[in-house]
Design a protein around this ligand. Structure first.
Ligand SMILES: C[S@@+](CC[C@H](N)C(=O)[O-])C[C@H]1O[C@@H](n2cnc3c(N)ncnc32)[C@H](O)[C@@H]1O
Length: 460
């Protein structure tokens, strides 16, 4: 039995009435719902999971439990996520080519969905304030095969001067009091107090004040939390409407299991019924709140200066001809997705690392960048070694230069960092897959030994 604070129980009895509050407290003591999403960026193959329980209103999302040990997970085919938490990114309306910011992104559940919607076109800035969490964010973005993400480890205050009025869509999945996660993470109950709820509200406003500066006129803001607290949900949305001139948009979701926002828990603005509330007793998943808003930009006529044809700036970190040849020798053996097809024009080299940036930032920009675009690999004296992220990106297409590990034992040994004897006529760098799911590079030597290139930091 969860030990819910008395003040918490009294609060929701007052807000919901005794019957609904009892239903909430009962559901909070039941098992949480497990679910996963399938990555539509990857080369489609038949997965081993039961797909008979699709989550209504979502695409490629299913109830069911998966494990971080599964080959599907290791190779970025699936992501385990609370079903209710899948909704905010699904509602974002992102289109390929948009400029999108996920401001509180780690570990990346919503970022990976936004990346899918962009289909590797446009820009995805994924920011996380915590250094350790930013590392997990990077791993998930890489595994997902996203090639157009700039990953930053910054405070919203440091980010906003770099991107004024820049984004079409911003997702703020705000740090919150986490009431909706109590049954999944009971330790969050220890932090709870009404004062803590108000501290979270202040932090949410601070974060949103910065987010607003980075949004284009008429840009869309998706705001979500995993708490039931009206102070952090409807009241924040009302504040955005009143202080920052936003309109609340219809989400288009009509599902009896998904409740609507409560105007009476805020300033009685009837538009708040366009926001969504997920309660555990309604059976979708954990507690979640989601709102889609649009910044009212008016019909501002954007005065564009008659621009002299801008001279294309020379790429200052361009590869030399010799370096290009070394890279080409390795990567031209693979089937390259469109995002990499003209890699030789876009590639840059810094400290021997060759990458295709998601965005070229001015040299003077001082941001803590965790990764920018796709790391193709590293130049070492007279050779080029392809990088792990490239393997995950190449996993989007069917490949021929690939060795499929024959047994589960070989696969587990490879994940552990061991070399494997393989039956293949291929030599040199190859992609490595298991059950047709590409998850790494390897290098086959003359005597058929597959040298291990699975990154040390990911080995199991
Ligand atoms: C709810 S979690 C994000 C979950 C993530 N969107 C996902 O779907 O996987 C909120 C994140 O906000 C970050 N955060 C905490 N304080 C912050 C602040 N002041 N500004 C920005 N982000 C903050 C936390 O480190 C945490 O990773």
């Amino acid at each position: 039995m969860l030990k819910l604070p008395v003040e918490f129980k009294e609060k929701y009895e007052k807000l919901l009435g005794d019957k609904e509050a009892t239903a909430l407290f009962t559901a909070m003591n039941e098992e949480s719902k497990k679910a996963f999403r399938i990555n539509t960026l990857k080369n489609p193959i038949k997965l081993s999971y039961d797909l008979n329980k699709p989550i209504p209103d979502l695409r490629d999302a299913y109830y069911g439990e998966i494990s971080g040990e599964d080959p599907e997970w290791v190779s970025g085919y699936v992501y385990s996520q609370d079903p209710a938490a899948m909704f905010p990114a699904a509602l974002s309306g992102v289109k390929p080519g948009d400029r999108v910011l996920d401001l509180c992104a780690a570990p990346g559940g919503k970022t990976t969905e936004l990346g899918e919607q962009l289909e590797n076109e446009g820009l995805l800035v994924a920011n996380e304030i915590s250094g350790t969490r930013a590392k997990a964010l990077r791993e998930n973005i890489e595994r997902w095969g996203i090639s157009n993400a700039l990953i930053t480890n910054e405070s919203p205050e440091a980010l906003s001067p770099v991107f004024p009025g820049f984004f079409d869509v911003i997702l703020v999945d705000a740090p919150c009091s986490g009431e909706g996660m109590f049954r999944k993470n009971p330790e969050a109950i220890d932090y709870w107090s009404q004062d803590y709820v108000l501290t979270c509200q202040r932090r949410q406003k601070d974060i949103l004040n910065e987010a607003v500066k980075m949004l284009k006129p008429n840009g869309r803001l998706i705001y979500s939390t995993c708490t039931f607290a009206p102070e952090e949900d409807e009241q924040i949305v009302s504040w955005l409407v009143n202080e920052h001139d936003f309109s609340i948009l219809d989400t288009g979701i009509k599902d009896e299991r998904i409740s609507l926002g409560h105007p009476e828990w805020s300033d009685n603005n009837p538009e708040l019924t366009k926001t969504l509330r997920f309660w555990p007793q309604d059976g979708v998943g954990e507690g979640q709140f989601a709102a889609v808003l649009q910044k009212n930009g008016g019909n501002v006529e954007v005065v564009t200066k008659k621009s002299k044809k801008k001279k294309q700036k020379k790429n200052p970190l361009r590869l030399t001809k010799n370096e290009q040849e070394l890279v080409a020798e390795v990567i031209n053996q693979f089937n390259l997705p469109t995002s990499l097809s003209d890699w030789s024009k876009k590639a840059m080299v810094r400290n021997d690392h060759v990458f295709i940036p998601a965005i070229v930032l001015p040299e003077k920009t001082k941001l803590h960048i965790v990764n920018n675009g796709v790391e193709l690999g590293i130049l070492k004296k007279k050779r080029f070694e392809p990088g792990h992220q490239l393997a995950e990106v190449l996993g989007q297409l069917e490949q021929t230069c690939v060795v499929d590990l024959a047994t589960l034992d070989d696969y587990q040994k490879y994940l552990h960092g061991e070399t494997i004897k393989v039956q293949s006529d291929l030599r040199g760098f190859v992609l490595v897959s298991y059950s047709q799911m590409i998850f790494s590079f390897g290098k086959i030597t003359g005597n058929g030994i597959l040298k291990n290139f699975y990154p040390k930091g990911l080995r199991k």
